[in-house]
Design a protein around this ligand. Structure first.
Ligand SMILES: [Zn+2]
Length: 49
């Protein structure tokens, strides 16, 4: 899977998990993938799954 960087919009952070739009501060960045962010809800979901 390749990532098209031109489609990544830092000004409009989107949860990589549920696709919802969030403020950047409300997204949790994955350590190995700083370009990927998930919302708090999904972060908790993944943490407990
Ligand atoms: Zn989410």
């Amino acid at each position: 899977m390749t990532v098209a960087e031109e489609t990544f919009q830092p000004s409009a952070p989107v949860c990589w998990c549920c696709g919802g739009k969030f403020e950047d501060r409300d997204l949790v960045r994955l350590g190995a993938h700083p370009e990927v962010g998930v919302c708090i809800g999904c972060a908790k979901y993944t943490a407990y799954s």
